[in-house]
Design a protein. Structure first.
Length: 337
């Protein structure tokens, strides 16, 4: 997901007047929104899907711009809304970036859902009751209740050492969560990882190292069957086989891509990986074949599927101080994050 923001590259700036007006005050809970079972996944087991893109080069449409720096979109099926992080420029002696979770209700309503969330990557839990967040403000993985927005800590450290700045995450049906820990949002805080940037998993409160030999790991996503974990590294996407207990096998290279950022996957297992510098989402088949691209302009940070049928791809893209949410309709439904 988001890289280190500097004055010359990726630096988050203060919200424009449009974004301030959009953010507003925290929205009240939706009455009864969480009082029933979460809707079923748009993925149909055993279904056969055709080509995911209508053409090899697809262009998305802007929903709204004027935000500061958008990241971490994830679809909340219970409320039919998209949640995403809006990150601001670093503040204070530690140089930490404040952020809030925005909620987008199609077709055009934006509001602040969680103020001061400190979040980057987001994912709604499989039961639809909580929002998992890679939170760089406290260098942890956090969980927010979708009813009262109360916050708890899911992963605080590894072997007693603080993480760098958890960036992106993905969670399986069994609740195992995998997250990347680059140093992009560590700011001026002490390095307790000994110069390492890593991929971790957390299951039942236990944090386990997946890989500490990747330079600045970024986006992370599971295949629909949960058997493969994909991670964006230095101009490449790597993958790991996932065992039933959540443990991972050896790393292999899946594909090459410039500046890989956030990612999502559709029900056929096709990967949609944002390239920040390309301003594109590159689409790969499960075998690694390049299927085409989705354009959202400059500096694409992330993508997520949503909409009632799961066939709307949302993208976050723009320049710091003027980011936008984009959308496009595709042929194959996807997982919500």
């Amino acid at each position: 997901m988001t890289r280190r923001t500097t004055p010359s590259r990726h630096r988050a700036r203060t919200l424009t007047a449009v974004a301030i007006a959009v953010a507003g005050a925290a929205a009240p809970p939706v009455p009864g929104a969480l009082a029933h079972t979460a809707p079923a996944s748009p993925c149909t087991p055993g279904a056969t899907y055709g080509p995911p893109l209508p053409t090899r080069a697809v262009t998305s449409q802007l929903v709204r711009g004027g935000f500061n720096f958008l990241e971490g979109p994830t679809w909340d099926r219970r409320t039919g809304t998209l949640l995403l992080s809006n990150m601001r420029n670093p503040t204070g002696p530690q140089g930490v970036q404040p952020s809030e979770v925005l909620r987008f209700t199609p077709p055009a309503t934006f509001e602040t859902f969680i103020a001061d969330s400190g979040s980057n990557g987001l994912a709604v839990t499989p039961d639809g009751t909580r929002l998992l967040a890679a939170t760089h403000d406290n260098r942890a993985v956090s969980s927010y209740s979708l009813t009262d927005r109360s916050r708890t800590t899911v992963a605080a450290n590894h072997l007693g050492r603080a993480f760098n700045s958890p960036n992106d995450l993905t969670t399986g049906q069994d609740g195992t969560t995998y997250f990347t820990d680059p140093s992009f949002q560590r700011g001026n805080r002490a390095d307790e990882q000994g110069g390492r940037t890593s991929v971790f998993r957390v299951r039942d409160g236990v944090v386990t190292l997946v890989d500490d030999t990747l330079s600045q790991p970024n986006g992370v996503v599971l295949s629909p069957d949960g058997r493969t974990l994909y991670v964006g590294g230095s101009n490449s996407i790597v993958k790991y086989a996932v065992a039933p207990d959540g443990s991972t096998g050896n790393r292999t290279t899946f594909a090459s891509i410039r500046t890989p950022d956030g990612a999502t996957v559709d029900c056929a297992g096709n990967l949609y990986w944002a390239s920040y510098e390309d301003g594109l989402v590159h689409v790969f088949s499960p075998s690694g074949t390049r299927l085409g691209t989705v354009s959202a302009g400059r500096n694409t940070t992330n993508a997520a599927f949503g909409g009632p049928d799961g066939r709307t791809l949302y993208l976050t893209s723009g320049v710091p101080g003027s980011f936008g949410l984009h959308q496009v309709r595709l042929n194959v439904p996807g997982n919500p994050y």
